[in-house]
Write a new protein. Sequence first.
Length: 462
Amino acid sequence: MIELLYGAGPQERRQDPAMRAFRADRFGQFVHWGLYALPAGTWQGRTIDFAAEFLMHSAGVSCEDWAALAADFTLDGFDPALWARTAKRMGARYVTVTTKHHDGFSLWPSAFSDFTVAATPSGRDVLGEIVSAYRAEGLAVHLYYSVLDWHHPDWRYALDTDDDRTAFDRYLAFATNQLVELAERYPDVRGFWFDGTWDESVKAHGRWTHEIERILKARIPGAIVNSRLRADDLGARHFDSNGALMGDYESGYERRLPAPWDRSVTARDWEACATITQATWGFHHSAWADRGRKTPAQIVEQLVQTVSLGGNLLLNFGPRGDGSLVPSEAELADRVGAWMEANGAAVHHSGPAEGWDYPGWGFYTAPMDPGAADTGSGLVHAIVTRIPVSGILTIDVPPGLEVHKIRSLADGTSVPFTALDARTVQLDSPASAGMPLVYAIEAGPAEEPGGLREPNPDVALV
Ligand code: H79
């Protein structure tokens, strides 16, 4: 055990109302919006794949040229109320919105920077309007903040000289000021989502990451902070040098998920973030970006895989430069929302189904109490995302349980099944592809003590 001043706090799951709500929400909307949405992946006629919110960096644009984009940030199609309604209809229960991305542009009129919405034609507090719009729809709001900053003269990737160290101290004072400012201006936000914390400079300042978490939580009691903020005394990130999680939940799964059978992640709270496009977060206006867009069924599959492992999914939207939603993203939100309308009970307030192993054809989730445990109600949702070509869905029932009833969650109709033995149930799998089908399985203690299955004699002999 290494002695740490800036390591992890208590390792029990937080059980306060904000954290319980976050955990039960399961589905959030990520929004990446800033100046980068204007060039949308193309600079001086050259379109760069993968570079949307990264364009300034990838195309080597100077701070001056990039800052000139502010003149075109006119909000002509900006309708935050529509964003919020779209997110709510999709079934998202919270939003995480970029307040300042790597390019350093602040979406609120920060007193600590000249590079903000105050320097755009409208001068409006865009972030404030977004926060209000989502709160009005009943969604919780988390604020994304990039510590990495390509604009600020005092940002450093590494601290090689005394001058670097002095400059970076000034940078951290600036970031602290901005974060306190955010907490003071928008006190009804539920949390902060940190990014851009992987460089040597930040890793050498575990103390600052520890301190800023404390400061934000002092300003906003119950604020939820992701693990990506944190480094410890020795520069270990997310998990301290003793292997303990820092921050309130693990946020390392970016554009990937834990393996469906990896139950180790259920030991803690975590959130994965995902793009609709193949890789970009800000709007990328190109055939390249559109080619890789995920379908509603793919999004739902990621969502239920996440919930089955006790995580939250943050699904990203990248509105266009004028503030309007990308039509295909709005349509996807509606189609995911239609599925959630009928099947959201398998997602919200749901988590891992204790004892139900990953079945291969989809995922099991179970209603959970906000303390993050299976309620033990015996109700399990089976979400079929991969229809077996055999047409037969086999359900391996945990020891000591038996299936009483199976119904379709969407329409309540009873689904016939055959009990092969005490622990194996089969039914006809859904016949056609489309959106994932959800079966509500009602199980209870087995009447016959058939829980312990005879070992398969063939397996024992070979
Ligand atoms: O905000 C989103 C990303 O902009 C941010 N995190 C999410 C939530 C992020 N910053 N850095 N990274 C993710 C990883 C960096 C990937 C890169 Fe690249 C590979 C940067 C340079 C090489 C991809 C390819 C982006 C530009 C070229």
